[in-house]
Design a protein around this ligand. Structure first.
Ligand code: HAM
Length: 438
Protein backbone atom coordinates (compact mmCIF):
# COMPACT_ATOMS: atom_id res chain seq x y z
CA UNK A 1 0.00 0.00 0.00
CA UNK A 2 1.27 3.47 -0.83
CA UNK A 3 2.32 5.33 2.32
CA UNK A 4 3.32 8.86 3.13
CA UNK A 5 6.89 9.64 4.15
CA UNK A 6 7.51 9.44 7.90
CA UNK A 7 7.37 12.90 9.48
CA UNK A 8 5.16 14.27 6.71
CA UNK A 9 1.49 14.44 7.67
CA UNK A 10 -1.69 14.75 5.62
CA UNK A 11 -3.79 17.69 6.74
CA UNK A 12 -7.42 16.58 6.87
CA UNK A 13 -10.51 16.88 9.05
CA UNK A 14 -9.69 18.60 12.36
CA UNK A 15 -6.07 19.33 11.42
CA UNK A 16 -7.10 20.98 8.15
CA UNK A 17 -9.75 23.06 9.90
CA UNK A 18 -7.16 24.10 12.50
CA UNK A 19 -4.66 25.15 9.81
CA UNK A 20 -7.31 27.17 7.99
CA UNK A 21 -8.38 28.86 11.23
CA UNK A 22 -4.77 29.70 12.01
CA UNK A 23 -4.23 31.22 8.56
CA UNK A 24 -7.50 33.18 8.66
CA UNK A 25 -6.93 34.58 12.16
CA UNK A 26 -3.37 35.49 11.17
CA UNK A 27 -4.61 37.23 8.04
CA UNK A 28 -7.19 39.24 9.99
CA UNK A 29 -4.58 40.41 12.51
CA UNK A 30 -1.65 40.97 10.15
CA UNK A 31 -3.80 43.10 7.87
CA UNK A 32 -4.52 45.46 10.75
CA UNK A 33 -0.75 45.98 10.93
CA UNK A 34 -0.61 46.67 7.17
CA UNK A 35 1.10 43.40 6.13
CA UNK A 36 0.44 41.87 2.71
CA UNK A 37 0.53 38.18 1.91
CA UNK A 38 3.30 36.71 -0.24
CA UNK A 39 3.78 33.19 -1.57
CA UNK A 40 7.27 32.16 -2.61
CA UNK A 41 8.15 28.83 -4.27
CA UNK A 42 8.71 25.79 -2.05
CA UNK A 43 11.80 25.01 -4.14
CA UNK A 44 14.58 27.58 -4.45
CA UNK A 45 18.16 27.65 -5.59
CA UNK A 46 20.31 26.09 -2.91
CA UNK A 47 22.38 29.29 -2.63
CA UNK A 48 19.34 31.26 -1.40
CA UNK A 49 19.35 29.17 1.78
CA UNK A 50 23.07 28.56 2.13
CA UNK A 51 23.94 32.26 1.93
CA UNK A 52 20.92 33.47 3.87
CA UNK A 53 20.64 30.94 6.69
CA UNK A 54 24.37 30.31 6.99
CA UNK A 55 26.71 27.52 5.95
CA UNK A 56 27.56 26.56 9.51
CA UNK A 57 23.97 26.09 10.74
CA UNK A 58 22.51 22.64 11.38
CA UNK A 59 19.62 23.54 9.08
CA UNK A 60 21.95 24.00 6.10
CA UNK A 61 24.55 21.36 6.97
CA UNK A 62 22.26 18.53 8.00
CA UNK A 63 18.59 19.24 7.46
CA UNK A 64 17.94 20.49 3.95
CA UNK A 65 16.18 18.33 1.38
CA UNK A 66 18.20 18.99 -1.71
CA UNK A 67 16.68 18.52 -5.14
CA UNK A 68 17.85 17.82 -8.68
CA UNK A 69 15.84 16.98 -11.76
CA UNK A 70 15.93 13.28 -12.73
CA UNK A 71 18.32 13.92 -15.62
CA UNK A 72 20.69 15.87 -13.37
CA UNK A 73 20.62 13.12 -10.75
CA UNK A 74 21.60 10.52 -13.33
CA UNK A 75 24.39 12.80 -14.41
CA UNK A 76 25.59 13.23 -10.83
CA UNK A 77 25.52 9.46 -10.21
CA UNK A 78 27.37 8.81 -13.43
CA UNK A 79 30.08 11.32 -12.57
CA UNK A 80 30.05 10.58 -8.85
CA UNK A 81 29.99 14.26 -7.99
CA UNK A 82 28.00 17.48 -8.19
CA UNK A 83 31.05 19.28 -9.55
CA UNK A 84 30.33 21.37 -12.58
CA UNK A 85 26.65 21.95 -11.81
CA UNK A 86 25.53 25.53 -12.31
CA UNK A 87 24.14 27.35 -9.24
CA UNK A 88 20.64 27.24 -10.73
CA UNK A 89 20.86 23.44 -11.00
CA UNK A 90 21.35 23.05 -7.26
CA UNK A 91 18.06 23.39 -5.48
CA UNK A 92 16.51 22.73 -2.08
CA UNK A 93 13.06 22.58 -0.52
CA UNK A 94 12.67 25.60 1.75
CA UNK A 95 13.53 24.80 5.37
CA UNK A 96 12.03 28.14 6.46
CA UNK A 97 10.40 31.19 4.88
CA UNK A 98 12.67 34.17 5.60
CA UNK A 99 15.46 33.49 3.10
CA UNK A 100 13.02 32.99 0.20
CA UNK A 101 11.06 36.13 1.09
CA UNK A 102 14.34 38.11 1.26
CA UNK A 103 15.20 36.73 -2.20
CA UNK A 104 11.81 37.94 -3.50
CA UNK A 105 12.34 41.37 -1.91
CA UNK A 106 15.65 41.70 -3.75
CA UNK A 107 14.38 40.28 -7.03
CA UNK A 108 11.32 42.57 -7.17
CA UNK A 109 12.96 45.53 -5.43
CA UNK A 110 10.15 45.54 -2.87
CA UNK A 111 11.91 47.69 -0.29
CA UNK A 112 13.77 50.32 -2.30
CA UNK A 113 16.05 52.37 -0.12
CA UNK A 114 14.50 55.54 1.22
CA UNK A 115 11.03 54.47 0.03
CA UNK A 116 8.37 52.68 2.07
CA UNK A 117 9.25 49.41 3.77
CA UNK A 118 7.98 46.01 2.63
CA UNK A 119 5.66 44.33 5.15
CA UNK A 120 4.97 40.76 4.12
CA UNK A 121 3.40 37.66 5.64
CA UNK A 122 3.17 34.06 4.48
CA UNK A 123 1.71 30.69 5.37
CA UNK A 124 2.92 27.39 4.05
CA UNK A 125 4.80 24.12 4.32
CA UNK A 126 8.51 24.05 5.23
CA UNK A 127 10.81 21.02 5.01
CA UNK A 128 13.64 19.89 7.28
CA UNK A 129 15.28 16.48 7.21
CA UNK A 130 15.09 15.88 10.95
CA UNK A 131 14.40 12.72 12.95
CA UNK A 132 10.61 12.81 13.33
CA UNK A 133 9.38 13.06 16.93
CA UNK A 134 6.75 14.96 18.93
CA UNK A 135 6.64 18.53 17.58
CA UNK A 136 9.44 17.84 15.12
CA UNK A 137 8.41 16.92 11.59
CA UNK A 138 10.02 16.76 8.18
CA UNK A 139 7.21 18.73 6.62
CA UNK A 140 5.62 21.27 8.92
CA UNK A 141 3.69 24.49 8.48
CA UNK A 142 4.60 28.01 9.42
CA UNK A 143 2.85 31.34 9.44
CA UNK A 144 5.41 34.12 9.38
CA UNK A 145 5.92 37.85 8.90
CA UNK A 146 8.89 39.78 7.55
CA UNK A 147 9.27 43.57 7.89
CA UNK A 148 11.99 44.93 5.55
CA UNK A 149 13.37 48.45 5.50
CA UNK A 150 12.96 49.55 9.13
CA UNK A 151 16.01 49.73 11.36
CA UNK A 152 14.26 51.43 14.27
CA UNK A 153 13.68 49.47 17.51
CA UNK A 154 10.04 50.42 17.08
CA UNK A 155 9.87 47.85 14.23
CA UNK A 156 11.23 45.09 16.51
CA UNK A 157 8.67 46.02 19.15
CA UNK A 158 5.77 46.12 16.67
CA UNK A 159 6.70 42.70 15.34
CA UNK A 160 6.94 41.22 18.84
CA UNK A 161 3.60 42.75 19.87
CA UNK A 162 2.06 41.35 16.68
CA UNK A 163 3.50 37.94 17.58
CA UNK A 164 1.90 38.04 21.03
CA UNK A 165 -1.39 39.39 19.60
CA UNK A 166 -1.68 36.57 17.10
CA UNK A 167 -1.09 34.00 19.85
CA UNK A 168 -3.99 35.60 21.72
CA UNK A 169 -6.10 35.28 18.56
CA UNK A 170 -5.29 31.54 18.55
CA UNK A 171 -6.64 31.20 22.11
CA UNK A 172 -3.51 31.49 24.29
CA UNK A 173 -3.85 33.62 27.44
CA UNK A 174 -0.85 35.78 28.32
CA UNK A 175 -0.27 33.50 31.33
CA UNK A 176 -0.04 30.44 29.03
CA UNK A 177 3.03 31.66 27.15
CA UNK A 178 6.56 32.69 28.02
CA UNK A 179 8.33 35.21 25.77
CA UNK A 180 12.13 35.20 25.97
CA UNK A 181 14.19 37.93 24.34
CA UNK A 182 17.88 38.67 23.84
CA UNK A 183 20.21 40.76 21.72
CA UNK A 184 22.87 38.92 19.72
CA UNK A 185 24.87 42.04 18.81
CA UNK A 186 25.87 42.90 15.28
CA UNK A 187 28.83 42.81 12.91
CA UNK A 188 30.63 45.33 15.14
CA UNK A 189 30.48 43.47 18.45
CA UNK A 190 29.59 39.84 17.72
CA UNK A 191 32.88 38.63 16.19
CA UNK A 192 34.82 39.46 19.37
CA UNK A 193 32.12 37.84 21.52
CA UNK A 194 32.09 34.71 19.35
CA UNK A 195 35.83 34.46 19.76
CA UNK A 196 35.51 34.67 23.55
CA UNK A 197 32.90 31.90 23.57
CA UNK A 198 35.10 29.79 21.27
CA UNK A 199 38.08 30.19 23.60
CA UNK A 200 35.87 29.41 26.60
CA UNK A 201 34.65 26.14 25.00
CA UNK A 202 38.21 25.12 24.12
CA UNK A 203 39.35 25.86 27.68
CA UNK A 204 36.69 23.39 28.89
CA UNK A 205 36.99 20.94 26.04
CA UNK A 206 37.45 17.86 28.23
CA UNK A 207 33.90 18.39 29.62
CA UNK A 208 32.18 19.24 26.34
CA UNK A 209 30.58 16.85 23.82
CA UNK A 210 32.02 16.30 20.33
CA UNK A 211 29.22 18.32 18.75
CA UNK A 212 30.12 21.35 20.86
CA UNK A 213 33.80 20.98 19.99
CA UNK A 214 32.80 21.03 16.33
CA UNK A 215 30.54 24.03 17.05
CA UNK A 216 33.46 25.85 18.68
CA UNK A 217 35.06 26.10 15.25
CA UNK A 218 31.95 26.59 13.13
CA UNK A 219 29.44 28.44 15.25
CA UNK A 220 30.43 28.60 18.94
CA UNK A 221 27.25 30.39 20.11
CA UNK A 222 25.23 27.27 19.24
CA UNK A 223 26.87 25.54 22.22
CA UNK A 224 24.36 27.47 24.39
CA UNK A 225 21.66 25.32 22.80
CA UNK A 226 23.32 21.95 23.46
CA UNK A 227 21.00 19.48 25.21
CA UNK A 228 23.88 17.54 26.80
CA UNK A 229 23.64 18.13 30.62
CA UNK A 230 27.44 18.35 31.06
CA UNK A 231 27.73 20.99 28.33
CA UNK A 232 24.82 22.92 29.82
CA UNK A 233 26.58 23.10 33.20
CA UNK A 234 29.80 24.35 31.59
CA UNK A 235 27.98 26.92 29.44
CA UNK A 236 26.33 28.41 32.57
CA UNK A 237 29.65 30.17 33.19
CA UNK A 238 30.37 31.13 29.57
CA UNK A 239 30.76 34.84 28.73
CA UNK A 240 27.34 36.52 28.48
CA UNK A 241 26.39 38.44 25.36
CA UNK A 242 24.87 41.32 27.33
CA UNK A 243 28.33 42.12 28.73
CA UNK A 244 29.70 42.36 25.18
CA UNK A 245 27.20 44.47 23.25
CA UNK A 246 28.53 47.62 21.59
CA UNK A 247 26.86 50.91 22.58
CA UNK A 248 24.61 50.99 19.48
CA UNK A 249 23.36 47.44 20.04
CA UNK A 250 22.85 48.08 23.74
CA UNK A 251 20.84 51.25 23.08
CA UNK A 252 18.75 49.43 20.46
CA UNK A 253 18.03 46.62 22.92
CA UNK A 254 17.08 49.02 25.74
CA UNK A 255 14.66 50.81 23.39
CA UNK A 256 13.02 47.58 22.25
CA UNK A 257 12.44 46.66 25.90
CA UNK A 258 11.06 50.13 26.68
CA UNK A 259 8.52 49.79 23.84
CA UNK A 260 7.52 46.31 25.04
CA UNK A 261 7.03 47.69 28.56
CA UNK A 262 4.88 50.46 27.13
CA UNK A 263 2.79 47.88 25.23
CA UNK A 264 2.35 45.86 28.44
CA UNK A 265 4.11 42.79 27.01
CA UNK A 266 5.68 40.54 29.64
CA UNK A 267 9.06 39.05 28.69
CA UNK A 268 12.03 37.33 30.23
CA UNK A 269 15.56 38.29 29.22
CA UNK A 270 17.61 35.25 28.33
CA UNK A 271 21.22 35.96 27.44
CA UNK A 272 21.59 32.33 26.31
CA UNK A 273 18.93 32.58 23.63
CA UNK A 274 20.92 32.27 20.40
CA UNK A 275 18.53 30.84 17.73
CA UNK A 276 19.62 28.38 15.08
CA UNK A 277 19.89 30.58 11.98
CA UNK A 278 22.94 32.72 11.22
CA UNK A 279 21.20 35.76 9.78
CA UNK A 280 20.14 37.21 13.12
CA UNK A 281 21.53 40.52 14.35
CA UNK A 282 20.53 42.30 17.57
CA UNK A 283 17.02 41.35 18.75
CA UNK A 284 16.02 37.68 18.93
CA UNK A 285 12.98 36.17 20.64
CA UNK A 286 11.19 32.89 21.16
CA UNK A 287 7.95 31.74 22.78
CA UNK A 288 7.35 28.56 24.78
CA UNK A 289 4.06 27.40 26.24
CA UNK A 290 4.01 26.80 30.01
CA UNK A 291 3.41 23.11 30.68
CA UNK A 292 4.12 22.17 27.04
CA UNK A 293 7.88 22.74 27.04
CA UNK A 294 8.39 19.21 25.63
CA UNK A 295 6.80 20.42 22.38
CA UNK A 296 9.60 22.97 21.90
CA UNK A 297 9.29 26.66 21.02
CA UNK A 298 6.01 27.42 19.24
CA UNK A 299 7.59 30.32 17.39
CA UNK A 300 10.53 32.63 17.21
CA UNK A 301 12.15 35.39 15.26
CA UNK A 302 14.42 38.36 15.31
CA UNK A 303 16.21 41.09 13.41
CA UNK A 304 18.34 40.24 10.35
CA UNK A 305 19.97 43.47 9.14
CA UNK A 306 22.54 41.70 6.93
CA UNK A 307 20.27 39.20 5.17
CA UNK A 308 19.23 41.25 2.15
CA UNK A 309 22.85 42.11 1.40
CA UNK A 310 23.82 38.43 1.72
CA UNK A 311 21.08 37.70 -0.82
CA UNK A 312 22.61 40.15 -3.27
CA UNK A 313 20.56 43.29 -2.52
CA UNK A 314 21.44 46.71 -1.14
CA UNK A 315 21.80 46.87 2.65
CA UNK A 316 18.24 46.72 3.99
CA UNK A 317 17.36 46.05 7.62
CA UNK A 318 14.66 43.55 8.51
CA UNK A 319 12.86 41.85 11.38
CA UNK A 320 10.28 39.06 11.52
CA UNK A 321 9.04 35.85 13.10
CA UNK A 322 7.50 32.49 12.27
CA UNK A 323 5.07 30.30 14.19
CA UNK A 324 4.97 26.52 13.95
CA UNK A 325 1.43 25.27 13.28
CA UNK A 326 1.91 21.66 14.47
CA UNK A 327 3.51 22.75 17.76
CA UNK A 328 0.77 25.31 18.35
CA UNK A 329 -1.87 22.60 17.93
CA UNK A 330 -0.02 20.35 20.43
CA UNK A 331 0.44 23.22 22.90
CA UNK A 332 -3.23 24.23 22.68
CA UNK A 333 -4.20 20.57 23.19
CA UNK A 334 -2.14 20.45 26.38
CA UNK A 335 -4.22 23.44 27.60
CA UNK A 336 -7.50 21.70 26.63
CA UNK A 337 -8.03 24.12 23.73
CA UNK A 338 -8.25 23.72 19.98
CA UNK A 339 -8.30 25.74 16.78
CA UNK A 340 -10.37 23.28 14.77
CA UNK A 341 -13.90 24.26 15.84
CA UNK A 342 -16.75 22.04 14.70
CA UNK A 343 -17.25 21.04 11.12
CA UNK A 344 -19.78 23.44 9.62
CA UNK A 345 -23.33 22.08 9.80
CA UNK A 346 -25.93 22.47 7.12
CA UNK A 347 -28.90 20.70 5.63
CA UNK A 348 -29.39 17.38 3.87
CA UNK A 349 -31.79 17.03 0.97
CA UNK A 350 -33.35 13.56 1.20
CA UNK A 351 -35.27 12.08 -1.66
CA UNK A 352 -38.19 9.79 -0.71
CA UNK A 353 -38.74 8.52 -4.22
CA UNK A 354 -36.11 7.78 -6.88
CA UNK A 355 -38.36 9.38 -9.50
CA UNK A 356 -37.90 12.70 -7.72
CA UNK A 357 -34.10 12.71 -7.83
CA UNK A 358 -34.08 15.55 -10.36
CA UNK A 359 -36.32 17.63 -8.05
CA UNK A 360 -33.97 16.99 -5.15
CA UNK A 361 -31.02 17.94 -7.37
CA UNK A 362 -32.67 21.28 -8.34
CA UNK A 363 -33.52 22.04 -4.72
CA UNK A 364 -29.95 21.35 -3.59
CA UNK A 365 -28.60 23.73 -6.26
CA UNK A 366 -31.01 26.43 -5.18
CA UNK A 367 -30.00 26.08 -1.52
CA UNK A 368 -26.25 26.07 -2.29
CA UNK A 369 -26.61 29.13 -4.48
CA UNK A 370 -28.35 30.82 -1.55
CA UNK A 371 -25.21 30.10 0.51
CA UNK A 372 -26.67 27.19 2.52
CA UNK A 373 -24.34 24.25 3.05
CA UNK A 374 -26.23 21.35 1.49
CA UNK A 375 -25.60 17.63 1.12
CA UNK A 376 -27.44 15.36 -1.26
CA UNK A 377 -27.50 11.60 -1.69
CA UNK A 378 -25.76 10.53 -4.86
CA UNK A 379 -25.70 6.79 -4.20
CA UNK A 380 -29.40 5.86 -4.48
CA UNK A 381 -29.78 5.23 -0.72
CA UNK A 382 -33.13 4.37 0.91
CA UNK A 383 -34.82 7.20 2.86
CA UNK A 384 -33.79 5.54 6.14
CA UNK A 385 -30.15 5.36 5.18
CA UNK A 386 -30.30 8.94 3.87
CA UNK A 387 -31.36 9.98 7.41
CA UNK A 388 -28.45 8.00 8.83
CA UNK A 389 -26.09 9.65 6.38
CA UNK A 390 -27.48 13.10 7.27
CA UNK A 391 -26.78 12.36 10.94
CA UNK A 392 -23.28 11.18 10.17
CA UNK A 393 -22.54 14.35 8.21
CA UNK A 394 -23.80 16.48 11.11
CA UNK A 395 -26.72 18.05 9.20
CA UNK A 396 -29.13 19.81 11.55
CA UNK A 397 -32.10 19.61 9.19
CA UNK A 398 -33.26 17.19 6.54
CA UNK A 399 -35.37 18.51 3.66
CA UNK A 400 -37.50 15.65 2.37
CA UNK A 401 -38.60 15.70 -1.23
CA UNK A 402 -41.55 13.27 -1.54
CA UNK A 403 -44.48 12.62 -3.87
CA UNK A 404 -47.16 13.81 -1.38
CA UNK A 405 -45.23 16.96 -0.63
CA UNK A 406 -44.74 17.63 -4.36
CA UNK A 407 -48.52 17.49 -4.92
CA UNK A 408 -48.84 20.39 -2.46
CA UNK A 409 -45.84 22.19 -3.91
CA UNK A 410 -44.09 21.74 -0.55
CA UNK A 411 -41.24 19.88 1.19
CA UNK A 412 -40.98 18.38 4.68
CA UNK A 413 -38.34 19.82 7.03
CA UNK A 414 -37.17 17.33 9.65
CA UNK A 415 -35.22 18.46 12.71
CA UNK A 416 -32.44 15.89 13.05
CA UNK A 417 -32.24 16.25 16.82
CA UNK A 418 -35.91 16.33 17.91
CA UNK A 419 -37.17 14.45 14.80
CA UNK A 420 -40.04 16.98 14.61
CA UNK A 421 -41.31 17.53 11.07
CA UNK A 422 -42.94 20.53 9.44
CA UNK A 423 -44.37 21.16 5.97
CA UNK A 424 -42.89 24.24 4.24
CA UNK A 425 -43.99 25.65 0.89
CA UNK A 426 -41.42 24.99 -1.82
CA UNK A 427 -41.28 28.70 -2.76
CA UNK A 428 -40.62 29.70 0.86
CA UNK A 429 -37.89 27.15 1.64
CA UNK A 430 -34.84 29.37 1.07
CA UNK A 431 -36.22 32.18 3.26
CA UNK A 432 -37.36 29.64 5.89
CA UNK A 433 -33.93 27.93 6.08
CA UNK A 434 -32.00 31.18 6.00
CA UNK A 435 -33.92 32.37 9.05
CA UNK A 436 -33.81 29.05 10.87
CA UNK A 437 -30.08 28.44 10.32
CA UNK A 438 -29.18 31.98 11.39
P1 HAM B 1 12.60 28.68 13.51
O1 HAM B 1 12.76 28.93 14.98
O2 HAM B 1 13.58 27.80 12.87
O3 HAM B 1 12.61 30.10 12.83
O4 HAM B 1 11.16 28.11 13.22
C1 HAM B 1 10.00 28.79 13.67
C2 HAM B 1 9.03 27.78 14.28
O5 HAM B 1 8.75 26.75 13.34
C3 HAM B 1 9.59 27.05 15.49
O6 HAM B 1 9.44 27.81 16.66
C4 HAM B 1 8.71 25.81 15.50
O7 HAM B 1 7.46 26.10 16.12
C5 HAM B 1 8.48 25.54 14.02
N1 HAM B 1 9.38 24.47 13.57
C6 HAM B 1 10.67 24.58 13.21
N2 HAM B 1 11.17 23.38 12.84
C7 HAM B 1 10.16 22.49 12.98
C8 HAM B 1 10.02 21.09 12.74
N3 HAM B 1 11.01 20.35 12.26
N4 HAM B 1 8.83 20.50 13.01
C9 HAM B 1 7.78 21.22 13.46
N5 HAM B 1 7.85 22.56 13.68
C10 HAM B 1 9.01 23.19 13.44
C11 HAM B 1 12.45 30.29 11.50
O8 HAM B 1 12.08 29.46 10.72
C12 HAM B 1 12.69 31.72 11.09
N6 HAM B 1 12.51 31.81 9.65
C13 HAM B 1 11.76 32.67 11.82
C14 HAM B 1 11.96 34.09 11.42
C15 HAM B 1 11.19 34.78 10.56
N7 HAM B 1 12.92 34.87 11.86
C16 HAM B 1 12.80 36.05 11.29
N8 HAM B 1 11.76 36.01 10.48
Amino acid sequence: MAQRIQGMEDLLGDSMRSWQTMVERSRALFETYGFEMIETPALEQLGTFVHGIGESTDVVRKEMFRAFSGALLEDIFARGSEEGLKPRQRMALRPEGTAGVARAVVEHNLAPQGASPAKLWYAGAMFRGERPQKGRLRQFHQVGVEFFGAADPLADAQVIVMFMDVLKAFGFESTDVKLRINSMGDAACRPAYREQVRSFILEHKEKMCDDCLERAELNPLRAFDCKNPACRIVMEDAPRVDDHLCDECDTHYQQVKAYLDRAGIAYEEDSRLVRGLDYYTRTVFEVDVCGAEDVGAIGGGGRYDGLVELTGGKPTPGVGFALGFERIVLALESLGKSLSGDAATGVYVACADSELTAEAFSLSLELRRAGIRTELDSQGRSLKSQFKQADKLGACLCIIVGADEMKNNAVTVRDMESHEQELVQRDDIVAYLTERLA
